[in-house]
Each structure stands twice: as C-alpha cells, then as structure tokens.
Design a protein around this ligand. Structure first.
Ligand code: ADP
Length: 256
C-alpha cells in the first residue's frame, strides 16, 4: 500500500511516497510553491521516481500553505501536525522542532509519544524566515546554499541592528558600500534570523532533543547561531526540507 504526502509551501513543493507507512520509496522537490505548476510537477516527479501510477496511490495527503488548492488530494492536514509526524518518524528522541521555511517559522514541542504539546509561530514578519535570507543572498549576489560557507568562515560577525527586513536590506547595502567583510556580514545575517527564532523558541519552551526542519535547516550558519542562542545542540533533521511531506504521507497511511 502506497501513500503520497505533498507539502505545498510558499517557495517550494515537496512530495514523499511511502510504502506501508514506513518505507520512503520516492521524494521530489520543485523550487516553485503555491499558485504555480510546482505542486503538479513535484507530484509527477515523485510518481516517476517511484515507478508508480496515480491509481497505485491509496491516499494523497496535502499539507503546507497551499494545501487546499491541490485538486488531486484525498485529504489535507496542518503543517504543524505533519512536521511533527515527519521529524518524529526519523528522530523519536525529538522533543522540539524548529521549522524555518520560506515565509514563516514555527517551533513545535512534542510529547514522548510524538503528540504536539505546544507550538508558536511567526507568519507575520519576513525577519526570522527564509525570505530574509533569500533577500540578503540576492543583495550579496550569492545563492542561499552558499550562506553557510561564508558564515562559518567569519571571525567577527557584523551585527544587523534593524528588526525589519526592508531596513536590514538598506543596512546590508550600506555595509557593502563600506567594503565590509562578506563572511562577517553573512554571519551577522544568519545570527539575525537565529536570534529572532530563538526568541520564538524560548516562548514555546525548549525541550531537548532539538531538531531543525524546513529549507533553512540546511544553513549551518543559522543552525550554529541557534545552538549558541539556545545553549543546546540543534540537530539537523534527516531530509529536513521533506519533513512536512513525509508527515503528510504518514498521516495518509493512518487514514487507511
Ligand atoms: P516553504 O515550505 O515555505 O516553501 P521551505 O521549507 O522549502 O519553505 O524552505 C525554503 C527556504 O529554505 C528558502 O527561503 C531558502 O532560504 C532556504 N533554502 C532552500 N534551499 C537551501 C539550501 N540548499 N541551503 C540553505 N537554505 C536553503
């Protein structure tokens, strides 16, 4: 029996195909999110990688910001529940999930059985989300995937004092015009995201072990800064960006 989870985010669409609720047989990621052809392309790519046809899938569960728009779904579930299920599947020791996506950040605490015990989220402000990093990487003319390399080489991070993405953008441009060290600037940008998300995490109440999910989890600069701010290790969830889709595929299996 196969189930498919699709996570339709603001910037990306991800799918996971699961066999019998426990074996991942295919994954796909398309860098286009809700309101684009990304979800359908991710769906087709996952089917093609698994060698399955649509009729072989017993349940299609959608999650993410654009979950209600996917016409092929059999059901939909909140991102909080799906991230919880996805991370707990790989890491049953997880008690706190920090999920930073393209336009929001969530902190979810789990019970020892994997149920959600608390959550807080920021979906109102781009600072403290992937969007902030995307904007800054654009100004610096580097890819988001390169931010980590720059940040981890910094010896003296530059503090970004603006709390608003638009003002922070001007601040970074001004630093660049002063010939600021790029490594130190990127480290300051990563620290800025981490300090915002750490404040959110402290409100939720941190319990170890802490795992990061979502696209920004791949940025070691943010992970290291978060770990420093929270005073505990922040682990990288396996397949971090696919956690919502995996959780949705698990939830789909539970419906059968
Ligand atoms: P959403 O579900 O909201 O579309 P994702 O969880 O897919 O968001 O995360 C998207 C964010 O992840 C992007 O805004 C970007 O900042 C970050 N990101 C994506 N790929 C990478 C990468 N390889 N390295 C670092 N950050 C990344």
């Amino acid at each position: 029996m196969y189930t498919l989870g699709i996570d339709i985010g603001s910037t990306t669409s991800k799918c996971v195909v699961l066999k019998e609720g426990k074996e991942i047989v295919a994954k796909s990621l398309i860098p286009f999110g809700t309101g684009t052809k990304g979800p359908m392309q991710a769906f087709e790519a996952a089917l093609s990688e698994s060698g399955l046809k649509e009729e072989d899938i017993s349940f299609i569960m959608a999650t993410g910001y654009g979950r209600t728009t996917f016409e092929k779904m059999n059901g939909e579930m909140s991102e909080l529940s799906c991230h919880g299920k996805g991370v707990f599947f790989h890491h049953p020791d997880c008690r706190t999930i920090i999920d930073i996506g393209g336009q929001d950040a969530k902190v979810i605490t789990l019970s020892s059985g994997g149920a959600i015990s608390n959550f807080v989220m920021n979906d109102k402000c781009a600072a403290g989300t992937g969007r902030f990093l995307d904007v800054m990487a654009g100004i610096l003319m580097i890819g988001v995937e390169d931010l980590e390399t720059f940040a981890l080489q910094s010896t003296s991070p530059i503090s970004i004092s603006s709390t608003c993405t638009v003002f922070a953008e001007s601040e970074v441009i001004s630093q660049l015009s002063k010939d600021a060290d790029k490594n130190d600037l990127v480290a300051g940008i990563c620290n800025s995201v981490a300090s915002r998300v750490a404040a959110l995490a402290k409100r939720a109440g941190i319990k170890e072990a802490v795992y990061m999910s979502g696209g920004v989890a791949q940025n070691g600069g943010v992970r290291t800064a978060l770990s420093r701010e929270l005073g505990c290790e922040v682990h990288f969830a396996t397949d971090a960006q696919y956690m919502g889709a995996l959780g949705a595929a698990i939830a789909g299996y539970e419906k059968l």
